[in-house]
Design a protein around this ligand. Structure first.
Ligand SMILES: Nc1ncnc2c1ncn2[C@@H]1O[C@H](COP(=O)(O)OP(=O)(O)O)[C@@H](O)[C@H]1O
Ligand SMILES: O=C(CO)[C@H](O)[C@H](O)COP(=O)(O)O
Length: 551
């Protein structure tokens, strides 16, 4: 029933595998979430900067959440299933069994997570080649992409992993393979993380020059030779075995997947904004920037023609929305950084006790505490002499420098709750200044952005949202459904089912504006000054590094 005129009551299941948990939702054809469930997933950090997960654990968690969201409903109404996930590297042997990605030989831990920075030496050597594929990742390959991780495995775990490996999957593609038995890869993962070109396919010379020419054997069968656009229907749909694991009907359509940030983009960027007084109303969708803020933040901007933004990933053709080029800016740790700052503070136990006593999250408690201590001034002004540089895990965009570190200036001897709240505020502001820096880089290169569309766990934090509006000077749109990434995954399932003729049509029907947060222009002068300090911080950090390198 193309054209969105399907019978009332058609449902789609979206599954979102984030860094910390797996979420599922049952979504109707208007994009409304009818049921939601989540389940935490394990992470291991056997050494500093090594982060691992288990594909078996993750698949089991998928089954827990999908079974919950379809409880009590007529399963015959479910027409499609879509997955999104973090861009982590899954390693399987020739029989599709997990292989260890660690020196301990623990094959349960067969995923190198996206935020793993073990392959620093490998990525330096890859960047030194100056190969032309690097133009399409902002000029510098990130240690978080798959090529350096593959090279690390070859150089460090040759016998236990590399020689035995039969299949290297991006996590979103692992999930769609597990569901259907079809080892096809999504254009999204291969273009964004594996140097595949939508127009030219794999580049043999790249894999050869970095020492991984063995991957080109059998027409790249280990890393993917069947490539489908996100939302395309896979094989004969959900296999009976996977149907049992997930508690869903066998044979329902399963879509080629998306990386989680890209699913968030799909879930928010196409909404009808009429009547909200936004500058993007009546303007091309290219004036919108989707910002997906979870453990990390990803800044997804699209264009009709390729735009090369130094230090910002892409341009990637058709990797998120078919027919559009995508630039993806990012900050490697945002939610993780806020949690790190808050949980590491001496007053954290007191904060936890206070928040628990009021049945609030620690963030809600901190936000109301800041309102108490701000007195007559705007809350953001509490950080007049406290400034943070947020790159505790290197800079992804636009500086593309993984050696950068976090900085805080303005510390005192105070260890009380006020001190914790103000440090938390300065951290949230630093993340928003990072977004401003990314937007400026994108605009200098040719983007013209008038409106932000935020989603992900951090968009549940009103302070985080207001600071993004105030510091960028742009209005922030929040979706009607807080779990917009899951709407994006469900849009994939809806497309695979054939209920919509295109991703664009499904986006227009299923993503909806909820709330709009406008910037407080009266505070602009203050934030401009803080931004000047922000830029000085990184300049000074580079000077310190140069001094320490000198004789
Ligand atoms: N209710 C909330 N209020 C404020 N911040 C939140 C809330 N829920 C989650 N967060 C923040 O969002 C981050 C996790 O976002 P999420 O989208 O769940 O991550 P991921 O997709 O990476 O697993 C946490 O690190 C936390 O800082
Ligand atoms: O690289 C990314 C997208 O291209 C993301 O940062 C990565 O997938 C992790 O996402 P999240 O912060 O939602 O867990």
């Amino acid at each position: 029933m193309p054209g969105g005129d399907q019978e009332p009551g058609s449902y789609y299941v979206g599954v979102d595998v984030g860094t910390g948990s797996v979420r599922a939702a049952l979504v109707d054809q208007r994009g409304t979430l009818l049921a939601f469930a989540d389940q935490p997933i394990n992470q291991w950090e056997p050494q500093f900067n090594h982060h691992e997960q288990s594909s078996e654990d993750i698949w089991a968690a998928c089954g827990v959440v999908t079974k919950k969201v379809v409880q009590g409903i007529d399963l015959n109404r479910i027409r499609g299933l879509g997955f999104d996930a973090t861009c982590s590297l899954v390693v399987l042997d020739k029989q599709f069994h997990p292989l260890p990605v660690n020196h301990e030989g623990d094959s349960h831990r067969n995923i190198i997570m996206w935020l793993d920075h073990r392959a620093v030496s490998q990525v330096h050597r890859i960047n030194e080649t100056k190969h032309s594929v690097l133009q399409y990742v902002g000029g510098v390959m990130s240690v978080e992409m798959q090529a350096p991780k593959l090279l690390w495995l070859k150089e460090n775990l040759r016998e236990t992993c590399w020689d035995k490996a039969g299949h290297f999957f991006d996590l979103p593609d692992f999930l769609s393979w597990k569901a259907t038995g079809v080892p096809a890869r999504s254009l999204c993962s291969l273009v964004c993380k594996w140097t595949y070109s939508a127009e030219k396919g794999w580049d043999d010379s790249f894999w050869k020059v970095i020492g991984l020419e063995d991957l080109s054997a059998n027409n790249y069968s280990k890393i993917g030779n069947q490539v489908l656009p996100p939302g395309a229907s896979l094989g004969s749909g959900l296999t009976p075995e996977a149907a049992k694991d997930l508690g869903l009907p066998a044979g329902i359509a399963v879509a080629a997947s998306l990386i989680d940030a890209h699913a968030g983009g799909l879930g928010v960027i196409g909404a009808d904004v009429r009547g909200h007084g936004l500058a993007c109303e009546g303007q091309p969708v290219t004036s919108r920037l989707a910002v997906i803020c979870g453990t990390s933040s990803c800044h997804m901007g699209i264009s009709k023609n390729p735009i090369f933004v130094p230090g910002v990933w892409g341009p990637y053709f058709s990797a998120m929305i078919p027919g559009f080029w995508l630039n993806e800016g990012g900050q490697s740790v945002t939610g993780k950084l806020i949690d790190h700052m808050v949980q590491g503070h001496a007053a954290f136990p007191e904060l936890q006790a206070e928040a628990t006593a009021r049945c609030q999250s620690v963030y809600a408690y901190l936000n109301s505490h800041l309102d108490l201590i701000k007195k007559a001034q705007p809350v953001g002004f509490l950080t007049v002499d406290l400034h943070v540089w947020p790159d505790f895990h290197g800079n992804r965009s636009p500086l593309a420098d993984l050696t950068l570190k976090g900085m805080v200036t303005g510390l005192t001897l105070s260890q009380d709750l006020d001190d914790l709240a103000i440090l938390y505020l300065a951290t949230v502001q630093a993340i928003a200044f990072g977004t401003r820096l990314i937007i400026e880089a994108m605009e200098t290169a040719g983007h013209s952005i008038s409106t932000l569309f935020l989603c992900g766990g951090l968009s549940k934090n009103p302070l985080f949202v207001q600071m993004h509006a105030d510091i960028t000077g742009l209005p922030v749109v929040l979706s009607q459904e807080v779990e917009s990434v899951l709407v994006g995954a469900a849009i994939l399932g809806a497309c695979a089912s054939g209920d919509f003729t295109s991703v664009q049509e499904a986006m227009a029907r299923m993503s909806k504006v909820g709330k709009v947060v406008f910037p407080r222009h009266e505070d602009k002068r203050y934030y401009d000054k803080k931004y000047q300090v922000f830029l000085k911080l990184v300049e000074h950090q580079k000077e310190y590094a140069a001094i320490m390198k000198g004789d």
